[in-house]
Design a protein around this ligand. Structure first.
Ligand code: SF4
Length: 344
């Protein structure tokens, strides 16, 4: 199954562009993003609703809505192969076997009229048709044990489980074929805070034990700090800042949107009367700004930001997509002529 490329990366996304097209409009959901996940590592994809995180995940799995969703450009290299070019049959084999997804809402991810044992067993059977009934039963019990549910509860129905226990079942289904890559789309959003901590600890433990690589989609920087090795901050279909978890949490320079995200969460070490949320709303994805996508909400917006897309500023593993650092403006916010630009 495992067929890593030379760099030890399990997934590499290159310049991915995805749109949703209807007769009336074109929604630009993902606008040329690139990132990679190393084997055994967890990459966090962070941003508010509408940033394009889930569309990215659905593109990886080939699950974009058939009529409207379209990958316009780019590559999704999984274990050395561009999965956008694979025939449906092969993609179906990869989905569930090599890549699994944990969806946001465990309540709607499970079928209410089948026992949880049947639902885990079905996933195992589809991907391992050679297994006997006894072997499948044994695997179901092992999976329940792995996610901390007593195996004897396999005969119970979803309504007999709490939200946190249901999410454990969903995770068991996602892990039952021992995927090389697990995509977790806001896996704890629908859960109580105390249960969230348990589920996150369990995911981290399973990742360490099974060596699974992970794409953690979230809007919660606390979850990123706890579970991720690398982080991509997404805004309006673009990755506006990326780096290791240290770059994002301890680096000196940040994209104004990342600063806004940090300003929106309470900090016990800093005394402040109020939190500082990011004002305004995400731009209309059918009519994105000509220049920087964040310019209508950015407190540091300069003239150039409204008319010109920024270049990417790179410092080691840390990348920021912003005119403040890309050498296009001087300290006064004036545009630097091409011949006066420096590399920094
Ligand atoms: Fe703000 Fe300009 Fe940077 Fe965009 S490019 S984030 S508007 S400073």
């Amino acid at each position: 199954m495992e067929q890593l490329n030379n760099n030890g990366q399990i997934l590499e996304i290159k310049d991915l562009k995805v749109v949703y097209k209807t007769d009336l409009e074109v929604v630009e959901a993902v606008n040329g993003i690139s990132f990679k996940i190393d084997k055994g590592k967890t990459c966090g994809l962070v941003g508010e609703t509408g940033a394009g995180k889930t569309t990215t995940a659905l593109s990886i799995l080939g699950l974009l809505p058939e009529r409207t969703g379209k990958v316009l450009d780019g590559e999704i290299i999984f274990e050395g192969r561009n999965i956008l070019e694979l025939p449906d049959e092969e993609l179906r084999h990869i989905r569930g076997n090599a890549i699994s997804m944990v969806f946001q809402d465990p309540m709607s991810a499970l079928n209410p009229v089948y026992t949880i044992g049947d639902q885990i067993g079905e996933a195992i059977k589809i991907h391992n048709p050679e297994l006997s009934k006894e072997d499948i039963e044994k695997r179901v019990e092992d999976m329940l044990q792995l996610v901390g549910i007593v195996p004897s509860r396999k005969v119970e129905y979803p309504h007999q489980f709490s939200g946190g226990m249901k999410q454990r079942v969903v995770i068991a289904i996602a892990l039952c074929c021992e995927p090389d890559l697990l995509i977790a789309d806001e896996p704890t959003t629908a859960l109580d805070v105390t249960i969230q901590a348990q589920v996150l600890a369990m995911i981290a433990d399973l990742r360490d034990r099974l060596g699974t690589s992970m794409l953690m989609i979230t809007h919660d920087l606390g979850i990123v700090a706890k579970t991720c090795d690398d982080v991509c901050i997404m805004y309006a279909g673009k990755i506006v800042e990326a780096g290791t978890v240290e770059d994002i949490f301890s680096g000196n320079r940040h994209h104004p949107y990342t600063e806004g995200l940090f300003g929106s969460i309470p900090n016990l070490r800093v005394k402040s009367a109020r939190l500082k949320p990011i004002s305004g709303l995400m731009p209309d994805p059918t009519d994105l700004p000509v220049g920087c996508e964040f310019s209508p909400r950015c407190e540091k917006c300069m003239e150039i930001c409204r008319t010109q897309k920024p270049d990417i500023y790179t410092e080691g593993t840390h990348k920021i997509y912003c005119h403040l650092y890309s050498g296009n403006v001087n300290n006064n916010g004036e545009t630097v002529p091409e011949e006066e630009k420096t590399d920094e």
